[in-house]
Design a protein around this ligand. Sequence first.
Ligand code: PLP
Length: 382
Amino acid sequence: MTDPTKVPLLLTPGPLTTSETTKRAMLRDWGSRDGRFVEMNARIRSRLVELANGGDRFVAIPLQGSGTFAVEAMLGTMLPKDGRILLAINGAYGHRMARIVEMLGRSAVEYETAEDTPIDAGEIGRRLDADPTITHVAVVQCETTSGVLNPVAAIAGEVARRGRRLLIDAMSAFGALPLDLARVACDAVAASSNKCLEGVPGMGFVIARREAMAECEGNAHALSLDLFDQWRFMERAGQWRFTPPTHVIAAFDQALTEHAAEGGVEGRGNRYRENCRILVDGMRAMGFETLLPDALQAPIIVTFHMPSDPSFAFQAFYDRLRERGFVIYPGKLTVADSFRIGCIGRLMPSDMQDALAAIAATLAEMGVTNCGPLPVARRAVG
Ligand SMILES: *Cc1c(COP(=O)(O)O)cnc(C)c1O
């Protein structure tokens, strides 16, 4: 990148590149009791429920903080102190939920699959049959660690059929991949402002089944993460319990308007699918291999094996791409040496083409000719 003031595009899992108009929506201050600000909050909350087709049965409860705050609030508020949760894990975000539940001191069991393997809905059913004391199940819709898509609808069916409750971390999928709450039975879905909805970071939200949330008084372990309290206060006062992230909310309202203008979940998903297709095709044409087969790949973030060419060094590759205006992401896998490139945020198919051209130029500069990974038996693990 020749112009040092030019801001690079973020090909990462979040925070993401946002539109100019979303950034501009932050250029004014709001009093938290301002009637128009109160209206804005109500509008955002109803739009979020609509996006998931939650109808009157579901309610959106926003929360200050990053996505993890919303996940922690969901688990702490909705899992009763005497509950027991089955955690479906196939990556870092599943492990993060396990850590949260451990810190909450709630009873948990884990079902783990490899990072390149989706959670098996049938296996969830078998584990619930084998342990009738399990009250809740938690799963990540798109495990951002690898980019793998988990079958949440099938899992929801297994859980509901046995009268247990499901909590979903839909963080990196919400707004781009469908989640129809009229058909997917669950108690709650957590996501945030700064992933597929293309807002700026600073708030998460939980879309909760009203009847389930109504039972949650007194469950929470922490005042600021008590979603029941946050909900009741918002319903009563129309305002946030504690200082709202006003600028983030104003930007989010604009981002949601742009999401609707793009055709909602379907339109947003279509652009990301096109971004992902261009990226994967272009990288494969250069010789890179994806971790996942196409059938398991969500159009959110793609994991590539590290090239085996001795001229390739990830940090140099990263730095040179950054100079050319593109920020990529290191791998987070334990199963293979890898790096990741995101397809989400305000990125157009032409941006993906530009990124591929920058990658090709960088590889040429580095003298990398073989982008294929090491043979499986010799891949670094750990
Ligand atoms: C991004 C993400 C989160 C939340 O991460 P924060 O850094 O707290 O915003 C949680 N789960 C998944 C699957 C994610 O992709």
